[in-house]
Design a protein around this ligand. Structure first.
Ligand SMILES: C=C1C[C@]23C[C@H]1CC[C@H]2[C@]1(C)CCC[C@@](C)(C(=O)O)[C@H]1[C@@H]3C(=O)O
Ligand SMILES: O=C(O)CCC(=O)C(=O)O
Ligand SMILES: [Fe+2]
Length: 364
């Protein structure tokens, strides 16, 4: 029990004092704190051949992706086309956001019902099992984000001109993430045999992605807290850059397994929306982020979302290949997003709960 632990050694977050958060709110149940003992087999796929349209390389990459997605939904990519200098510059800019004074962070905090802006441990949303992290999220519209310089415009409007360098770095980062995301959809289409009709590309080319910077301060009692609790991403695919500290873990084969940081690799994982779009063939796996007592950990997560008002359903060809029984009702991303922000704390059972809630939602 928290009371028996000397939790007052938990260092206070910069904002914690201002929001008089008791450290006990950060203590997670024992069953969520079981340590990982082995590494996840997340294949590292070299995309060079795929991106240069080499037929043999495309087939090899598609096979590796298919096997990983049918198993635990995680794989890593190298030679992915995102400049390493851009990734490093974006990682270096994270602290510009989290070194802001508390009153400025709270001016930028997310509003109820949306992900956009700053959040400190989600202390405004949840009463317990608070994540040991601060986050900052902003949007990137796939079709217009580049020409409209949407990230530069956002930072200029919300944070001010002194953030122009940060804005330019994340504008370029999001543009390159967007390009990679569309390439990943093509690879997924090949792996599922629906590349001719560009089935998935058409759902996402006018979508919006959530760009999120995660800042995980070090913690004196890392064995008691979680940087991000166990969850499956409700979105479609996630493109993650983690720094070299380590902490990402996936629940696979009934145990926690760590994803070793791999320099020059980005981690890609399947989310709930894409799992439903494959009739459950590709897995959206529960994962979490651990913290440590030595170093702050930083990650950048690009959550890809479809055009919010499109009706989402697995392609007939995939349902047939999966035995012919359609396992998910049709839905729209707008409704699943609304569910995660106003009706359900994202965890390992979001999608099941969503389909139980959907018929009652005013949208239906
Ligand atoms: C639609 C979303 C909800 C979350 C942000 C995006 C995609 C990932 C989700 C999240 C990060 C999963 C872990 C729990 C969560 C509450 C968080 O730690 O931020 C989730 C986000 C959210 O609900 O705001
Ligand atoms: O920071 C990480 O490594 C993972 C974070 C995550 O899973 C998320 O933000 O959805
Ligand atoms: Fe996640």
């Amino acid at each position: 029990m928290a009371s028996s632990t000397n939790i007052h050694t938990l260092p206070l977050f910069s904002f914690q004092k201002d929001q008089n958060l008791a450290p006990a709110q950060f203590i997670w149940p024992k069953e969520d704190l079981i340590q990982a003992q082995e590494e996840l087999n997340a294949p590292v796929i070299d995309l060079a051949g795929f991106l240069s349209d080499d037929k043999a390389a495309i087939a090899t990459a598609a096979e590796l992706v298919r096997a990983a997605c049918m198993d635990h939904g995680f794989f890593q990519v190298t030679n992915h086309g995102v400049d390493e200098a851009v990734i490093q510059a974006a990682e270096d800019e994270i602290d510009a956001l989290f070194d802001l004074p508390t009153d400025e962070k709270l001016r930028l905090r997310r509003q109820r019902g949306s992900v956009w802006g700053y959040s400190g441990a989600h202390a405004d949303r949840f009463a317990k099992n608070l994540p040991w992290k601060e986050t900052y999220s902003f949007r990137f519209d796939h079709a217009t984000g580049a020409e409209k310089k949407i990230v530069v415009d956002y930072f200029d409007t919300v944070l001010g001109k002194e953030f122009m360098k940060t804005a330019l770095v994340y504008q370029i980062y999001c543009e390159q993430m967007n390009k990679l995301a569309m390439a990943i959809f093509k690879l997924l289409e090949v792996s599922l045999g629906v590349d001719a009709e560009q089935y998935y590309t058409k759902l996402f080319e006018e979508g919006t992605s959530i760009m999120r910077c995660n800042y995980y301060p070090k913690c004196d009692k890392p064995e008691l807290v979680l940087g991000t609790g166990p969850h499956a991403d409700p979105t479609s695919i996630t493109l993650l850059h983690q720094d070299q500290v380590g902490g990402l873990e996936v629940f696979s084969e009934n145990k926690w397994k760590f994803v070793r940081p791999c320099p020059n690799a980005l981690v890609i994982n399947i989310g709930d929306t894409f799992m439903a779009l494959t009739n459950g063939m590709y897995k959206s796996c529960v994962h979490r982020a651990m913290v440590n007592s030595e170093r702050t950990r930083r990650s950048m997560v690009y959550f890809v979302c479809p055009k919010e008002d499109l009706v989402l359903r697995a392609p007939e060809k995939v349902v047939e290949a999966d035995g012919g029984r359609r396992k998910y009702a049709d839905f729209k991303w707008a409704d699943l997003y609304e569910f995660t922000q106003n009706h359900h704390r994202v965890d390992g059972a979001t999608l099941d709960n969503f389909f139980r809630w959907l018929p009652s939602s005013p949208a239906n």
